[in-house]
Design a protein. Structure first.
Length: 311
């Protein structure tokens, strides 16, 4: 089947040079940071693909590239749906504090001309009810709601544009754990009822395990492993994925040896030669230090490809 969304070799560079005069006086060249480096994946209609990784790995930049907030420096993004919308991380910063909730939710409807004016109020009431709020809440301002309720308003606003794809940039990370579960359950129910497709950005593997059909693991701008969620959580292949999973608390107290994530993410302005993960990898050899691994069978790791890591 033709995927709803496809990324092919997408990269994004940012100019992080110091001001022109400083560079002239100190003889510095321009500096560029590659936040996303050759990312390729597809998302089928109706599925949830999650991108995970530590802060600074480039996953939020991928989200912004997809919705058009940044143009890609290289590669191609193909979207075969009609519309996409984005749910942002911070429900306190993503809603206009000067607008009534009814106007916030109605804006996509009126901007896209999805309803005649006489039916916009009815549509807004339906959307608020759909996300577990009251139609009367439309008369309030965002500051009158809790964080979880604000995120429900953000979801209602996103649904108002009748999207085929929702790009969710850590939509629950700013919320309490109990509220996170409510929002995730709501998103799962909306997906089932409306046939939505999600690209879900998160650093929380526990959250991802509840919502994702497939998971892409990012490290320093690249996808190092891509697999069905059940397979990845049961039999992760890339050493970085294994380290992330080992860092999750073992609530079952299985007694399995666990290795915390070692070291820190390298400076993206001067990434290591070869495999970017090799300074932190217990399986790294000379080839890893010199040669950048290519993705084979959806995993980019010399040790996996050479059979040096047990399945």
């Amino acid at each position: 089947m033709t995927p709803l969304l496809a990324l092919e070799g997408v990269s994004r560079d940012f100019d992080v040079s110091r001001p022109w005069l400083n560079r002239v006086i100190e003889g510095e060249p321009r500096r560029s940071l590659r936040a996303v480096d050759g990312v390729s994946f597809t998302v089928a209609a109706g599925e949830t693909l999650a991108l995970v990784g530590e802060s600074g790995c480039g996953k939020s930049t991928v989200a912004r590239l997809i919705v058009g907030l940044y143009p890609p420096s290289e590669g191609r993004i193909a979207f075969r749906g009609r519309r996409m919308q984005m749910i942002f991380q911070d429900p306190y910063a993503s809603l206009n504090p000067r607008w009534h909730v009814r106007d916030i939710v109605a804006e996509p409807i009126t901007h896209l001309g999805l309803e005649i004016n006489s039916r916009v109020k009815e549509k807004v009431a339906h959307l608020l009810t759909q996300v577990g709020l009251s139609p009367d809440d439309g008369e309030k301002y965002p500051h009158e709601f809790s964080g979880g309720q604000r995120q429900r308003i953000s979801i209602a606003r996103a649904l108002a544009g009748e999207p085929d794809l929702l790009v969710c940039d850590e939509p629950t990370s700013a919320l309490d754990v109990s509220v996170q579960a409510q929002i995730l359950n709501l998103m799962t129910e909306l997906q089932r009822r409306l046939g939505l497709t999600y690209l879900f950005i998160s650093h929380n593997l526990a959250v991802v395990s509840q919502v994702a059909n497939r998971v892409g693991v990012m490290y320093l701008g690249r996808i190092v492993e891509l697999a069905p969620a059940a397979q990845l959580f049961a039999h992760a292949r890339h050493p970085y994925t294994r380290m992330l999973l080992d860092a999750v608390p073992d609530l079952a107290m299985s007694g399995k040896p666990r290795v915390p994530v070692a070291g820190e993410v390298p400076n993206p302005l001067s990434p290591p030669a070869g495999c970017a993960f090799h300074p932190r990898c217990p399986h790294a050899n000379q080839r890893c230090r010199e040669e950048r691994p290519q993705s084979i069978d959806d995993v980019a790791c010399h040790a996996v490809q050479e059979g040096r890591i047990s399945p």
